[in-house]
Unconditional design. Structure first.
Lengths: 65, 137
């Protein structure tokens, strides 16, 4: 029983330590996602042409390899 | 000052002559071509509803553009494509088949469990029936 309590307390401590970092990472990822989405929505032509160009280059490289 | 005025007039002279007409014609045709291109692009945008699609699904449209570029670059019949397709098929089959297998196994387990319980209950009944007479005896 003591062992189980110890494991539980350790898990709680680790969770308490890691949770703020996880929340921070989540916030950052959310803001990054919204920034990227906004940029794509603001400049659709540029993004699509860039994506086509990147795909073209990848296709060329894949053909050569 | 006089020199500058002279230079300006000497530079402007060809513009009024035959060369100037050609230059203006080229300029006009370039403007027309640019306007037509812009119009065609705007019409294409309107016809394909690109902006609407990008607004609805930005990542999907970018992925589609990447795919179009990849195909245009000649990457469709390459080992990389076969690897990507094989990986996609593997993941897709796993995602599609595993839930089905899970359901089947759970149904089978339920059926087997039900049979087992019924069997045990039957045995118990038989045992009790058998035990009664022996106990009575």
């Amino acid at each position: 029983m003591e062992m189980a309590e110890q494991i539980e307390s350790t898990v709680r401590e680790v969770g308490a330590r890691v949770r703020p970092q996880l929340d921070d990472a989540k916030k950052r990822l959310t803001s990054l996602n919204s920034n990227v989405t906004d940029y794509i929505k603001e400049n659709p032509g540029r993004c699509l042409i860039g994506a086509i160009a990147i795909g073209f280059l990848v296709g060329k490289i894949a053909r050569r390899v | 000052m006089r020199r500058m005025v002279g230079m300006e007039t000497s530079e402007q002279k060809p513009a009024n002559g035959h060369g100037g007409n050609e230059a203006s014609w080229v300029n006009d045709s370039a403007h027309k071509a640019w306007d037509r291109t812009r119009g065609a692009v705007a019409e294409l945008k309107r016809a394909a509803a690109i902006e609407e699609r990008v607004n609805r699904n930005p990542y999907g449209s970018i992925a589609a553009a990447l795919g179009i570029g990849y195909v245009l670059g000649g990457g469709i019949f390459t080992p990389l494509t076969s690897k990507i397709v094989a990986l996609g098929l593997r993941i897709g089959i796993r995602l599609a088949v595993l839930p089905m297998l899970k359901d089947e196994i759970s149904v089978l387990a339920d059926a087997l469990g039900g049979e087992g319980e019924a069997g045990e209950a039957g045995k118990g009944r038989r045992g009790s029936k058998a035990a009664k007479p022996s106990g009575e005896r």
